[in-house]
Design a binder for this molecule. Sequence first.
Ligand SMILES: [Zn+2]
Length: 317
Amino acid sequence: MEYAPVSYRRTARPLVRLPSGQSVSVTVHRYVGGDGPTIYLQATQHGIELNGPATLCRLHTELIDRSLAGTVVVVPVVNPLAFDHRSYITPAAYDAHNPNLNRVWPGRDDGSLQERLAASLWPLISSADAVVDLHTGTADMLEHVRHFRGQPAATELARTFGTDYRLVDELESNADFDQGTLRAAAAHADVPAITVELENSRQVVHSAVETGLRGVRNVLAAQSVIDEPAIQPPEQIVLDRDGHTVSATESGLFELDSSVAVGDRVEAGEPLGVMYSPSTFETLETVRVDGEGIIYSLARESVVVAGERVAAVGVPL
Ligand SMILES: [Zn+2]
């Protein structure tokens, strides 16, 4: 490790070309110090997840004037197409096949627009020693960090980041859901990566930004990129993310019980709410939890189609 004053460079990286001839590029910040690891931080794969770029903006003011051992590469808005449309996914006009950027990694040079976009960014990720992908959930999701089971370096990154909850899942068994996520592609390339879900979308929320900044700063300290001790994060509650998914068996209007909230410990059979017909007012079903655990997310919309997930319950490990 060798600490040296930061040499800072900001560049525009062209990713893809639109039909009009305009190119889509992202801003890449590089903070280069002395010898050491390369840490890649990105945010805003989904256009409404704003506490990621807000976190990285705060980090910028901390990194610009200090010494580092290693390099920090930051892309605050990896999906400008979704961001500018204030949309979670990318508008279908750009890529009808792959509306979700976080399902196409590592991308393809000759693929759809989003696959090309991912492929253009991939070298920054595959050459890193550690990757932090910042997202945000909603008020109906517990703030947490995620990593795959059986990957010590990613586990340590997630532990160091230090949110109250850490969700663990399987790279292989969950392949359908996680296929093409940045985290899965990085795992296949042997790059330790974590997904962070800060609280709240569509708004910059100070508490989320503080959690994000504390997390990335702690990751950099633990990797000795910044010369300060990593703060021992509080004990995390570790949940098996592949716990229980509570799905509706009927379509209708779902009304959650007023006493139910994320973070609740629940038992098998416990009722979560009632599905009824908004037209005839008939009760169609009482939706119940099928196993014990902690609710880490709840449906954010009350119109529910049969088979749709209304809650996710993680099993404490
Ligand atoms: Zn996201």
